[in-house]
Design a protein around this ligand. Structure first.
Ligand code: GCB
Length: 623
C-alpha cells in the first residue's frame, strides 16, 4: 500500500485535528451499532468530548478512560471541494487505528479493519458530498482476545459495584488505543498507480547500481483492449539530476541502471549514510497521455547473509542499537513528529545504527526518516508472547506480516523481518506454526532474512530452525540472579554459544537491561540505581567483545531506548524503567557509557570518527 503523496495527478488532505469522542458503556459495547450512532452526528446520541487525532485516547482525560475496555466512537465533519468531483477517485486512509476499526462516511459503512499499527484504506468516491460538508464516524474496539494479534484475555470479574470487564495481557507495554496515526483523504486519477515494488542490486565493486521496479495499476483504462498502458521511470539523485530512465513497453516494470552509484549505507558505516534517490513513476496511456505520477525515495543496497554473517553492500554488519516503543506522555502511541525527530537525534547522538520495532510496526513517517538517516530496522509484526496456537491465530499472524511487508518492502532501512517477540516456542505446536509463518514471510520477500526474539531456553526452543538469524532476549542480573553483577558475562557468553551451536546461524542479543529509576544513586551498585544499569551494561559489553571474536555474533540491542508505560503491576514503578533515556527523552547515566561503546565499535569496525564531545577532559595524565 503506497504512502499518500501529492503529485501533479494527486492531492492529499489531512483529517487530523480535534474529533468528537464517545465511549460506549463497557457492559454494552455494541449498543452504538444497534442504535446506529453512525447515522447522525455522535452528539445527537451521546454527549461528546473533544479528542485529538492522532493520539491514544487513554491519557487525555482526567477520569478512568485510561482503563476503558471495548468500543469508543469518534466523528468529525469535513468539507470536500467541488473540484474533486471531476474525473477522479477519492480514498480514505488511516495510518493506524488500534485495535479494530469500523468506518462510516455520511452514515454509510466504508471499511472494517482489524490489527493496530498498520494502515488501511477504502475508496469513498461515491459516498462523498462534493462541494459540501461530510461526516466521518469511526468505532474503535481495543479488546484483545486469544485470536487477536497481539493476544489478550477478557474476563468478567466481581468488583464493588457488581461485575466488571477486565482486559489482561501478558505483554509488557500499555495497550494504548485509538486513532494512532494520521487520517488522510487523497485523490487519484481514475486509472492510477496502485502498487510499486522496488528491489535493488549493486555490482561486485559497488560502482554500478540497479533498481528493479514493478508497478500495478488499478482502473478501467487498464482493461481496455486497445489501450496499452506503459510506465516511464526516472531516477533522480539528491541534487535532482536525472541519473537513469527507462520506458517499459506494455510491461509495467523494468530496470534502471545507475553508473556511478552512491549506495545506501547505514549511519557511521560511511561518510554519507542514508543516500536516497528519487524514483518517479509515470503511468502513460497508448497515446502517451499522462495518467498518473507517483514518486518515492529509493536507497540502492544489497543484503546477504550466511551461517555466520549479515552483510550490507558486501560488508559485514555489527548491529548496535535498541529495542524501542512508540510511547510518550499524554499522547501514548499517537504519532508525534517532535518526538520522532528527537528520538532520531538521540539515536545518532548515542551512535546507534539500528533498532527493532519492538513489538509492532512503527509509523510510516519513522520508516521514511530511518531511510534518510541510515538507521537499520528490524521490522517486527505485532505478534508478542505468542501462545495457544490456532488456525485462526495463524491466519491473522500471517495477515499482519503480509500487511507489514506490503507497507515496508521498499524501505532500504528495513534489513530484517521479525516474526514475533518472545513467542512461547517450547510447545510442540510452535514447531509447525513458526515454520508456516517463516515460510509465508519468505514467500513474500526473499531479499531479507527472518528472525524472532526468543526467550525460552535454547534447549527447549522449536522455532529457531525456521529462522535465518537467531535473536535472544535475556535479563541476567535482573530477572535471573537479580543484583548479581558477577553472574552476567559468562552467562551471556555461554548462552550465545549454545544458540549458535544448536542452529549454526548468526546470533543477536536482542534484549538485555535493568530497570533504573532516574536520579537513584547507590554505590556500590544496587538494583534500580543508575550505577547498577551502568554496571549491567558494562558486564554485557565484556561478553559481547568475547563473542564478537567468534565471527557469528552480529549485534547487541539494549532494552530499552526510553522508559515506557505498561499495565499496572507491582514490578513496574510508573511503567517499565529500563530506558537508557527517560520517558521525557533525557539521558540516564548509562547513556553516556553506551555512547562511548557504540562509537568505539563504530571506529573499530567501520572507521567512523569520534564526536568532539565523546570524552570530557579529565587531566593530561589520562588519554
Ligand atoms: C522482555 C520483553 C519486553 C519487556 C522486557 C522487560 O523480555 O520482550 O517486552 O518489556 O522483557 O523489561 O521485562
Amino acid at each position: 500500500m503506497l504512502y499518500p503523496r501529492e503529485s501533479e495527478t494527486r492531492e492529499v488532505r489531512s483529517l487530523d485535528g480535534i474529533w468528537n469522542f464517545v465511549r460506549s458503556d463497557q457492559a454494552n459495547p455494541t449498543q452504538g451499532v444497534r442504535d446506529e450512532w453512525y447515522a447522525k452526528e455522535l452528539s445527537k446520541s451521546r454527549p461528546t468530548i473533544p479528542m485529538p487525532v492522532p493520539a491514544s485516547y487513554n491519557d487525555i482525560t482526567t477520569d478512568n478512560l485510561r482503563d476503558h475496555v471495548g468500543t469508543v466512537w469518534y466523528d468529525r465533519k469535513f468539507f470536500v471541494p467541488r473540484s474533486w468531483a471531476k474525473d477522479q477517485r477519492i480514498w480514505l486512509r488511516f495510518g493506524s487505528v488500534h485495535y479494530e476499526a469500523y468506518v462510516w462516511i455520511n452514515g454509510q459503512k466504508v471499511v472494517k479493519h482489524e490489527m493496530g499499527h498498520l494502515p488501511f484504506e477504502a475508496e469513498v468516491t461515491d459516498l462523498l458530498n462534493y462541494g459540501a460538508e461530510n461526516r466521518i464516524t469511526v468505532m474503535c474496539d481495543n479488546a484483545l482476545i486469544q485470536t487477536t494479534v497481539p493476544q489478550g484475555r477478557i474476563t468478567e470479574v466481581p468488583n464493588d459495584g457488581g461485575m466488571t470487564i477486565v482486559q489482561s495481557y501478558t505483554f509488557d507495554f500499555f495497550n494504548y488505543a485509538g486513532i494512532h496515526r494520521s487520517v488522510h483523504l487523497y485523490t487519484t486519477p481514475r486509472t492510477f498507480i496502485e502498487e510499486v515494488e522496488v528491489t535493488t542490486n549493486l555490482s561486485k565493486d559497488a560502482t554500478v547500481g540497479e533498481v528493479f521496479y514493478s508497478v500495478s495499476v488499478n482502473g478501467s483504462a487498464a482493461n481496455e483492449a486497445d489501450n496499452v498502458l506503459h510506465v516511464q521511470a526516472n531516477l533522480y539523485d539528491k541534487e535532482g539530476k536525472l541519473v537513469a530512465n527507462a520506458t517499459s513497453d506494455g510491461k509495467l516494470g523494468g530496470k534502471l541502471q545507475v553508473n556511478p552509484v552512491k549506495p545506501w549505507w547505514p549511519y557511521l558505516m560511511h561518510p554519507e549514510p542514508g543516500y536516497l534517490y528519487q524514483l518517479e513513476i509515470k503511468l502513460l496511456a497508448t497515446n502517451d497521455e499522462l495518467l498518473d505520477v507517483y514518486r518515492l525515495k529509493v536507497g540502492i543496497r544489497t543484503l546477504s547473509w550466511n551461517s555466520q554473517q549479515f552483510l550490507i553492500n558486501g560488508k559485514p554488519v555489527y548491529f548496535r542499537g535498541f529495542g524501542r516503543h512508540e510511547d510518550a506522555d499524554i499522547r501514548g502511541k499517537g504519532l508525534d513528529n517532535a518526538l520522532m525527530v528527537r528520538d532520531f537525534n538521540l539515536l545518532k547522538w548515542i551512535g546507534a545504527n539500528a533498532y527493532r520495532t519492538s513489538h509492532y510496526p512503527y509509523s510510516e513517517e519513522s520508516m521514511q526518516f530511518a531511510d534518510e538517516h541510515g538507521i537499520m530496522i528490524i521490522d517486527e509484526c505485532p505478534s508478542v508472547d505468542t501462545e495457544n496456537y490456532s488456525q485462526e491465530l495463524l491466519g491473522k499472524h500471517k495477515s499482519s506480516l503480509e500487511q507489514l511487508i506490503h507497507r515496508d518492502r521498499n524501505h532500504p532501512s528495513v534489513v530484517m523481518w521479525s516474526i514475533a517477540n518472545e513467542p512461547r516456542t517450547a510447545s510442540v505446536s510452535a514447531d509447525s506454526y513458526f515454520e508456516l509463518v517463516a515460510n509465508f514471510t519468505r514467500s513474500l520477500d526473499k531479499t531479507r532474512p527472518i528472525t524472532a526474539a526468543i526467550a525460552v531456553p535454547n534447549t527447549q526452543d522449536k522455532a529457531g530452525r525456521s529462522l535465518d538469524i537467531i535473536s535472544f532476549n535475556r535479563y541476567n542480573a535482573w530477572y535471573s540472579n537479580a543484583g548479581r553483577l558477577d553472574m552476567v558475562t559468562q552467562n551471556v557468553i555461554d548462552e550465545a554459544i549454545a544458540w549458535n551451536k544448536r542452529y549454526n546461524k548468526p546470533i543477536i542479543m536482542s534484549e538485555y537491561g535493568a530497570d533504573t529509576l532516574e536520579g537513584l544513586h547507590m554505590q556500590p551498585a544496587y538494583v534500580w540505581s543508575e550505577e547498577f544499569q551502568t554496571e549491567v551494561f558494562s558486564r554485557h559489553f565484556k561478553a559481547f567483545d568475547e563473542l564478537r571474536k567468534k565471527g557469528w555474533f552480529i549485534g547487541e540491542f539494549v532494552w530499552n531506548f526510553a522508559d515506557f508505560k505498561t499495565a499496572q503491576t507491582y514490578t513496574r514503578v510508573g511503567g517499565n524503567k529500563k530506558g537508557v533515556f527517560t520517558r521525557a527523552r533525557q539521558p540516564k547515566a548509562a547513556a553516556h557509557l553506551l555512547r562511548k561503546r557504540y562509537f568505539a565499535l563504530g571506529r573499530d569496525l567501520d572507521q567512523c570518527s569520534f564526536p568532539d564531545d565523546l570524552f570530557t577532559y579529565i587531566a593530561d595524565l589520562i588519554s
